[in-house]
Ligand binder design. Structure first.
Ligand code: MRU
Length: 374
């Protein structure tokens, strides 16, 4: 993505090779700040404090964390201890475990002396893969948006509603839910996005709105409770959200509030799509509602809000009465029956056991194609 004409990814290795650089998402949208991560512990803190967030990006950050750790101590014991600690930083997004396990398996085949260089190389490859995957998701989703656009009057925008940030900032580039939107916009299709603010951390208002704005995509921020009303009044053509984990039945675990959007979409006949890289699928889990560990975050995220005053200062304010408690479940599960389709880099699949079996076959085919290619 370009910011003020300069191309950015969300994570990169510093020129001197000394540290990993990320965009500090806790400071958006009021400040555009980067953060250097010089050790695996700093990478772990960046993930748990949500300096970086979004399922694909935390996987890549954890891998670079392992690379930093291998520079200090490339022993088997350290590799496994660091991998475990990084995997434990956030429990819900399966990409994190997938990316760490994949890297650990590759490093186990190296001598300790080779591990740091190999880990940096593999992390860079994972970053590039994420970009290519999201581009492919974009092309698949673009076909859906184009179909909807074709059925509307030429000047009428396709209205997409999205929840949380499954955008460029949640991945290395493009985003998952946003990739089709960016491609549609770049091709001149009129597209407008309703952005759920996504309480309590406001990933929609702070991050999705920011990145859509930088790219010039028309958008409107709405409160989380507005979606059902907009759908009842025919103002939403389709919903596209991301996923932190998708099960073998096609259930989708994503940011808290996604389920309510799916219910409203179902009641109003609005297509509800989930955009996800296949690394987000957990075939070991069938029933998302019962089997996915759902992160509970601090009530402080509900109590305090960041904002900018009229004089330009960024301040944190307390919005709850003294003495009130706050409960903060961070994810919910949308049952497969409410999902119209899963937009992946390998095509659009039905969210059902049969659709997931077809996806599994496509994943196996893609993996053997890659192995044959070298
Ligand atoms: O808690 P967050 O901000 O990491 O949650 C992010 C989401 O729920 C995204 O929708 C999901 O990770 C998909 S990102 C492409």
């Amino acid at each position: 993505m370009k910011i003020a004409g300069q191309h950015y990814r969300t994570i990169w290795v510093e020129d001197d090779g000394d540290a990993i650089c990320v965009l500090d998402q806790t400071r958006f949208p009021h400040e555009f700040a980067t953060r250097r991560l010089r050790s695996w512990q700093e990478a772990a803190t960046a993930i748990s404090e949500m300096v970086v967030r979004g399922a694909p990006l935390i996987g890549v950050t954890a891998c670079y964390g392992i690379a930093l750790a291998m520079r200090e101590d490339p022993s088997d014991a350290n590799l496994h201890a660091v991998a475990r600690s990084l995997t434990d930083t956030r429990p819900t997004a399966i990409n994190l475990r997938w990316a760490v396990n994949r890297l650990v398996a590759r490093l186990e085949r190296c001598t300790p002396a080779e591990r740091a260089a190999a880990a940096f190389r593999e992390s860079a490859a994972l970053s590039d893969e994420d970009v290519a995957t999201n581009e492919a998701i974009g092309r698949e989703g673009l076909a859906l948006i184009s179909c909807i656009a074709a059925a509307k009057a030429p000047e009428q925008p396709v209205n997409v509603l999205t929840h949380c940030n499954a955008g460029w900032l949640a991945t290395v580039d493009w985003g998952t839910a946003t990739a089709p939107i960016y491609m549609a916009h770049d091709q001149g299709l009129p597209v407008h996005v309703f952005v759920d603010e996504t309480r309590p951390r406001n990933q929609g208002a702070y991050l999705t709105a920011w990145e859509l704005g930088r790219h010039g995509v028309p958008h409107t921020v709405v409160v989380d409770n507005a979606g059902g009303h907009l759908m009842q009044h025919g103002e939403v053509d389709l919903v596209i959200v991301g996923s932190d984990r998708t099960t073998a039945n096609g259930d989708v675990c994503n940011k808290i509030g996604t389920y309510l959007k799916a219910l409203a979409a179902h009641d109003n006949g609005v297509p509800f799509y989930v955009a996800l890289p296949t690394s987000t699928v957990d075939f070991e889990v069938a029933d998302g509602g019962r089997e996915i560990p759902s992160e509970e975050r601090s009530g402080a995220e509900i109590r305090y809000l960041n904002g900018r005053t009229a004089s330009g200062d960024v301040v944190r304010v307390d919005i709850l009465p003294e003495g009130s408690g706050a409960r903060n479940p961070a994810f919910d599960v949308t049952p497969a029956r409410l999902v119209t389709g899963l937009i992946t880099e390998l095509g659009v699949f039905e969210a059902s056991p049969a659709g997931m079996a077809r996806l599994r076959g496509a994943m196996a085919g893609a993996a053997s194609g890659l192995a044959a290619a070298g």
